[in-house]
Design a protein around this ligand. Structure first.
Ligand SMILES: CC(C)(COP(=O)(O)OP(=O)(O)OC[C@H]1O[C@@H](n2cnc3c(N)ncnc32)[C@H](O)[C@@H]1OP(=O)(O)O)[C@@H](O)C(=O)NCCC(=O)NCCS
Length: 392
């Protein structure tokens, strides 16, 4: 196999396409690091707003910086009336990720600074988008259910405000904090598909809105953002802990995947899953429905045993395994799991767009332009001669 052949049809796995200072995933050790800090250390200590600041400004904020950053985010949460009106005209069957993907370019239409290409303007655009994405998701949830969108509540933080706008009820303190932790844990994950989409568009010097729109499209795919919805559908299908073993045997025999197990990078349990699992248990206990957590833990145990026995390999839980039951127990509708992922991951996407376009240190980013191998045909040894339409 020559060098060219080795990069064809591999989905760029193992190919380093850029340098980044934003995050690192160590799959062997099960470590996820945001700008030098372990996500597992940030999760219990930092709020999502602090992590967004860290990702955008490359350092943790002090108290007064965090206070004004929180204020800025909460001031930017409202959507232009024209966008709310446009959402009202969408068929109620529209997919929530499609709604997000069409609403972001509409925000660009309302941005008077759209032609300004400075780093400071790009940061301000990032803040606007991070603030407004939850409002779009929550407004769509209200509109498709025939209700009026709920205005953001400036007294609530980012996490609590989203749950409030989605349901109409402010969440209790513990649920709000758990959701905050979920946002922290989903904020960034190096060069996954959607982040690469954002960076690739940013490398053309397109604006932040265009890059984020591309990332949302990428995240909407079942192989990327849709996995935790599929985990929850699986838990619902299993229905009860006594069905777990039979389910595993049947699925493995049929050669099917068990959702939420395995990862392209982690070769140990995903560090995020280890934090999400106890939260899933607690929220289940709070709502009086512990079944989803119980099925999940048994599925993890029996799934790991079955892989060892039948495939002679170890398998590990990924982030989607416990976020599914956690989100479900929090009352988040199944088809909003991926949009919820987006309202967190947008912080990472924006940091990557900034790095792609404004990194000060060498090596500077360049326009992505990979090559492909032409495997189409010629008409014999030379190119085809054009035949006019009457003669074909
Ligand atoms: C994420 C995923 C695509 C990674 O796949 P991968 O890179 O091929 O993983 P590995 O190389 O470790 O897989 C080794 C073997 O285990 C199998 N395997 C991996 N995850 C599996 C799963 N969840 N269920 C059944 N078999 C699985 C693979 O098919 C492969 O089998 P083979 O050697 O017979 O072909 C895969 O684990 C998967 O599809 N998981 C379920 C979906 C999911 O939860 N996605 C969210 C990821 S965050």
């Amino acid at each position: 196999m020559d060098q060219n052949e080795s990069v064809i049809n591999t989905g760029l796995r193992g190919v380093k396409v850029a340098s980044t200072k934003i995050s690192n995933v160590d799959g062997a050790k099960g470590k996820l690091v945001y700008r030098g800090y372990c996500a597992k250390d940030l999760a219990p200590e930092a709020t999502f707003e602090e992590v967004v600041y860290l990702l955008l400004y490359e350092r943790l904020p002090d108290q007064s910086e965090l206070k004004s950053f929180r204020t800025k985010l909460s001031e930017e949460r409202n959507l232009p009336q024209e966008i709310l009106q446009a959402l009202q005209t969408r068929p109620e069957t529209s997919l929530p990720m499609d709604i997000l993907q069409c609403a972001v370019p509409m925000l660009a239409h309302h941005d008077p600074h759209i032609q300004n290409t400075t780093k400071e303007t790009a940061i301000q655009t990032a803040i606007k988008l991070i603030a407004k994405l939850p409002t779009i998701v929550a407004a769509w949830e209200q509109i498709r259910n025939g209700k009026t969108p709920i205005d953001p509540d400036p007294s609530l933080n980012h996490a609590a405000n989203f749950l409030y706008m989605m349901t109409g009820d402010p969440p209790d303190e513990e649920t709000a904090r758990f959701f905050d932790v979920c946002l922290v844990l989903h904020a960034e994950h190096s060069f996954n598909a959607s982040t690469f989409s954002a960076r690739q568009v940013a490398s053309t010097t397109a604006h932040m809105y265009a890059s984020i729109t591309a990332a949302i499209g990428s995240l909407s795919g079942a192989l990327h953002g849709g996995a935790n919805t599929r985990v929850m559908k699986m838990l619902i299908q299993i229905g009860s802990p006594e069905n777990v073993e039979g389910y595993i045997t049947k699925e493995l025999k049929a050669g099917n995947k068990i959702m939420g197990l395995g990862h392209a990078v982690y070769k140990v349990d995903d560090p995020r899953a280890l934090i999400l699992a106890p939260m899933s248990k607690k929220v289940g206990e709070k709502t009086g429905e512990t079944k989803w957590y119980e099925i999940s833990t048994l599925l993890e145990k029996k799934g790991k045993e079955a892989f060892k026995k039948h495939k002679s390999m170890d398998i590990f839980v990924n982030v989607d395994f416990y976020s599914a039951s956690l989100f479900y127990s929090m009352g988040i509708p199944l088809d909003l799991f991926t949009p919820v992922f987006a309202i967190s991951r947008i912080s990472g996407w924006c940091a990557h767009v900034l790095e792609e376009q404004f990194a000060e240190a060498a090596p500077k980013a360049v326009l992505y332009r990979p090559e492909s191998e032409y495997i189409g045909e010629y008409c014999g040894p030379d190119e085809c001669s054009f035949i006019s339409i009457e003669d074909r």
